[in-house]
Ligand binder design. Structure first.
Ligand code: G3P
Ligand code: CA
Length: 268
């Protein structure tokens, strides 16, 4: 039987600040087969890694630029983004309680302070250097970058670095998948879907995978998707009993904030 893929959501974000190199390192250390990240674009067109539209939750933007609320990333230049701290919020809040549980040392928590911006280029370099895999999620960009050709920019970078075989591009926005496929059909595609319907509408593209929300993903739904010859990679599954249920249901991989838990469950 093929091994269930262990995919670290935004890096191992229970163990380090999400979407940073620190989180990617933790994910590798935990044994993840792949990490997942979200692409953002600066006001001057640089690709970097960030989940929220606002910089407020995961950086010190509100302190550094107090008059720039709501701190939407698309309003900041790369030079401004480089001035921010992407780790102190994690050291201060321990968002998953892993430090309190003794799973992150005080020294490691302190070391996250001052974590730098992660550009997409650096994220891809890290992935390539470690012969690893990355799931690059392309979201809809906030104003004024709604029409920025982000899919084309991602493909250009992947091609320049010769990394088509190490990258999966996922998106809820199927036009992004179409754009990637048109530019480089060797890059694997995954369609993100919300709560699973019995027959989700999928784009008419050769898909590597479907990434459904795990809630309500029944055994029958997994079977139905597998019958369409796609990998089934639910997100974001953090509880061990739910991971086990989905493994038993036949999923191809699991996207999780706790790759360390999934790795234990997979027994390696
Ligand atoms: O890839 C699944 C997941 O990353 C989609 O949701 O909001 O965590 O990016 P989000
Ligand atoms: Ca994501």
């Amino acid at each position: 039987m093929t091994r269930v893929l262990n995919i670290a959501h935004r890096g191992a974000r229970s163990l380090a600040p999400e979407n940073t190199l620190a989180a990617a390192r933790m994910a590798r250390h935990a044994g993840a087969d792949m990490w997942e990240l979200d692409v953002a674009v600066s006001a001057d067109g640089a690709l970097f890694v960030m989940h929220d539209d606002s910089l407020q939750r995961t950086t010190n933007a509100a302190l550094r630029f107090p008059d720039r609320a709501p701190w939407t990333f698309s309003g900041f230049t790369l030079a401004e983004l480089e001035q921010l701290d992407y780790g102190s919020w994690f050291s201060e809040s321990d968002p998953f309680g892993e430090a309190a549980a003794g799973n992150i040392t005080p020294a490691a928590m302190a070391a996250f302070r001052g974590e730098p911006l992660l550009t997409l280029r650096a994220a891809l370099h890290f992935t390539r250097r470690h012969a690893w895999q990355v799931n690059v999620e392309i979201k809809r960009l906030p104003a004024p970058l709604e029409n920025f050709p982000v899919a084309a920019a991602v493909v250009a970078m992947v091609d320049e670095l010769g990394m088509a075989e190490q990258v999966v591009v996922s998106s809820f926005v199927f036009e992004n998948l179409r754009a990637v496929h048109a530019l480089n059909p060797a890059i694997r595609l995954a369609a993100l879907t919300g709560l699973v319907e019995t027959e989700p509408q999928l784009p008419d593209l050769p898909l590597f995978g479907v990434n459904p929300h795990y809630v309500g993903l029944t055994d029958g739904a997994v079977r139905g998707l597998r019958a369409r010859k796609v990998a089934v990679l639910p997100w974001t599954v953090n509880a061990e009993d739910e991971m086990q249920r989905l493994i038993d249901a036949g999923v191809s991989g699991i996207i999780t904030d706790f790759p360390q838990r999934l790795q234990r469950l997979l027994g390696s």
